[in-house]
Design a protein around this ligand. Structure first.
Ligand SMILES: Cc1cc2nc3c(=O)[nH]c(=O)nc-3n(C[C@H](O)[C@H](O)[C@H](O)COP(=O)(O)O)c2cc1C
Length: 484
C-alpha cells in the first residue's frame, strides 16, 4: 500500500489503533520530548505514534513516533513485516539482473527506475497551497527543544535536497537543523554524507550559493529514504518510488531550482554559502550523549511553502531505544541482500539499538577458510557508511544474531582476545565522542566464530551441550505430570 502523504499514513495508524492523540495543550520545549521518551521506552502496548493537537504557540499539530515500532516502520514502507523488505530487494537482484556482481550493483539504480518508480513531475502541489517569500519566517513552526542542554530548537526529521553542482545529480539526506533565528538554520550534514560531498564540489567550483530545499513530510517512504545510506549513483526519490510501488510526485520550488515532494507538509527553500561556517550544537544525540558544538554550514531561508493545514513531523533521538532505531532497522533489512550479494558467506546481521547503528554490528557467516571472519570485517569496513562501524562481532552461521544474550555468551566464551581481536584505525562517525580524534579512530573486529582445525587452535574445540531428541520429546510429553 502506498500512502500519498503523512496524513494518510496517520489515518492508517489510527484505524489500526497505532495512534494516540493528545488534545491537552503541551509545550514544544522539553514536554513533548519527555512524553515521547516515556512512550518509546515503555510497554509495547503503549508505544504508539503521537499526534499533539494543541502545541503552545503554534497553529499546527505535531506528529512524532510515527515510525517508532517494527509494525509502523513496515507499514510506512508498504509491507506488513520488515523482513519482507529484504525479500523484495533479494528478488529484484536475483531475478532481473544478468551479469557479474559489479554489473548488478551498477544497474541497481536503473532497475529501481524500470520498476515504474521514477518521479513524476507536477506543476501544482498541496505543499504550495500557501507560499511565503517576502516575510518567510520559521517562527510559526512548532520546532522542538528536545533536551535541556541543547543549543536551541532543532528540526529533526527533515528531507534535505541538494544537487551535485558538477553533474546535477540529486541527493536527499536527513540532517538535523538548528534554529539560529527565524530565517537561519545550522546545517548538520556530516563529512561522510552525500550533501557534504556536494558542498565540497561547490567549494571547488567556487559556487557562491548552493541551493537547498528542506521538505518536512511527504509520503512515509520518501521520509525514510532520506535516512537511507544509498550510494551516490542511486536517487533516493527513485528508491522511495520503488519502495511504495508508485513514483513520487515532485514539484519545482518557487525560489530555487530544485524539485520537492508535492505531498510534503512544509517546504523550506534556501541556500548554503559554501564558505560560511557557524557553531552548531551541542545537541542531545542518538548516542545518548550531547554531541559537541562544532562548526557546520549555514542554511538561509528564501521561502516557506506549505499545505493550508499542515502537520509538523518530528522525532527525538537520545538514549536508545528511540524511534530512530526503527528507521535504522529498515535499512539493515533492506541492505542485507546487497551485502550478501557482495559477501555470500554472510547469513544474517544485527545492529542492535544499544549500538546506535555504527557502534556495534553483529554478523553471522559460513566460515570456510582461515581468516574468513577477518575478511568479512575488512570488507564491511570498506562498504559505504559501514566504514563508520566501530565494533564488528562475527559469529558462526547457526548463531541467532538477534538474540543478544546468545551473542554475549558466544562472543565472550569463543574468543581468545589475543588471537581473535583485530584492531585497526579508520574513519569514525562525526558523533563519536570517544574516538582518538574527531572523525578518526580505532575499530575492533571480534572473531567470535567457533574455532576448529581451520584455525589451528592448540586444544580440541569442545562440543556444545545439547540434550538428546528422545529425552526432550519424553519430557515434553510428560510435562504436565511434573506439576508445573
Ligand atoms: C532521525 C535522524 C537524524 C539524523 N541526523 C543526521 C544529521 O544531523 N547529520 C547527518 O549527517 N546524518 C544524520 N542522520 C543520518 C543520515 O540521515 C544518513 O546517514 C543518510 O544516509 C544520509 O544520507 P546521504 O547518505 O544521502 O548523505 C540522521 C538519521 C536519522 C534517522
Amino acid at each position: 500500500m502506498a500512502f500519498q502523504d503523512l496524513p494518510e499514513f496517520v489515518a492508517h495508524l489510527e484505524k489500526h489503533g497505532q495512534l494516540h492523540r493528545v488534545a491537552t495543550p503541551v509545550s514544544r520545549d522539553l514536554e513533548i520530548s519527555e512524553i515521547t521518551d516515556r512512550v518509546s521506552k515503555g510497554p509495547a502496548a503503549r508505544n504508539r505514534a503521537l499526534l499533539f493537537e494543541r502545541v503552545e504557540g503554534a497553529d499546527m499539530p505535531v506528529l512524532i513516533n510515527a515510525f517508532g515500532s517494527a509494525q509502523r516502520m513496515a507499514w510506512a514502507l508498504g509491507v506488513e513485516d520488515l523482513n519482507g523488505l529484504g525479500d523484495r530487494v533479494a528478488e529484484l537482484l536475483d531475478l532481473k539482473l544478468p551479469g557479474t556482481l559489479f554489473d548488478k550493483l551498477k544497474k541497481l539504480g536503473t532497475l529501481f527506475d524500470l520498476a515504474k518508480a521514477g518521479p513524476k513531475s507536477v506543476r501544482s502541489a498541496p505543499c504550495q497551497e500557501v507560499v511565503e517569500t517576502e516575510r518567510a519566517s520559521l517562527a510559526s513552526l512548532p520546532i522542538l527543544t528536545c533536551w535541556p542542554g541543547d543549543a536551541g530548537r532543532y528540526i529533526t526529521l527533515p528531507c534535505v535536497f541538494t544537487r551535485d553542482p558538477a553533474t546535477g545529480a540529486r541527493n536527499v539526506g536527513m540532517y538535523r537543523l538548528q534554529v539560529y533565528d527565524d530565517r537561519t538554520l545550522g546545517m548538520h550534514w556530516q563529512t561522510h554524507k552525500g550533501s557534504a560531498e556536494h558542498e565540497r564540489e561547490a567549494q571547488r567550483l567556487h559556487v557562491p550559493r548552493m541551493e537547498v530545499a528542506i521538505a518536512l513530510g511527504g509520503d512515509p517512504a520518501t521520509v525514510y529514504a532520506a535516512s537511507a545510506p544509498l550510494p551516490p549513483g542511486i536517487d533516493e526519490i527513485v528508491f522511495a518510488g520503488w519502495l511504495r510501488g508508485r513514483g513520487v510526485e515532485m514539484v519545482p520550488c518557487k525560489t530555487i531550482d530544485m524539485e520537492v515532494p508535492a505531498h510534503a507538509e512544509i517546504v523550506l527553500e534556501g541556500y548554503v554559502d559554501p564558505r560560511e561556517r557557524r557553531v552548531e550544537g551541542p545537541f542531545g544525540d542518538h548516542t545518548g550523549y550531547y554531541s559537541l558544538a562544532r562548526e557546520y554550514p549555514v542554511f538561509h531561508l528564501t521561502a516557506i511553502t506549505r499545505k493550508r493545514r499542515p502537520l509538523y513531523p518530528t522525532i527525538i533521538v537520545g538514549r536508545p531505544p528511540q524511534e530512530d532505531y526503527w528507521l535504522g532497522k529498515a535499512t539493515e533489512r533492506l541492505f542485507l541482500p546487497i551485502i550478501k550479494l557482495m559477501l555470500p558467506e554472510v547469513v544474517d546481521m544485527n545492529m542492535p539499538a544499544e549500538g546506535i547503528f555504527h557502534n556495534l554490528v553483529i554478523v553471522s557467516i559460513k566460515k570456510r577458510y582461515p581468516g574468513h571472519a577477518r575478511k568479512v570485517m575488512t570488507a564491511l569496513w570498506g562498504m559505504g557508511l559501514m566504514m563508520l562501524a566501530k565494533t564488528i562481532v562475527v559469529v558462526s552461521e547457526h548463531v541467532n544474531v538477534h538474540d543478544l544474550s546468545e551473542v554475549a555468551w558466544r562472543a565472550t566464551g569463543n574468543i581468545d582476545p589475543k588471537r581473535d581481536i583485530m584492531l585497526i584505525e579508520g574513519p569514525m562517525d562525526d558523533l563519536d565522542h570517544a574516538a582518538l580524534r574527531h572523525r578518526f579512530g580505532g575499530k575492533m573486529g571480534i572473531d567470535a566464530t567457533e574455532k576448529g582445525p581451520l584455525d589451528e587452535v592448540a586444544q580440541p574445540w569442545p562440543d556444545e551441550i545439547v540434550m538428546t531428541d528422545e529425552m526432550r520429546a519424553l519430557v515434553s510429553r510428560r510435562w504436565k505430570d511434573y506439576g508445573f
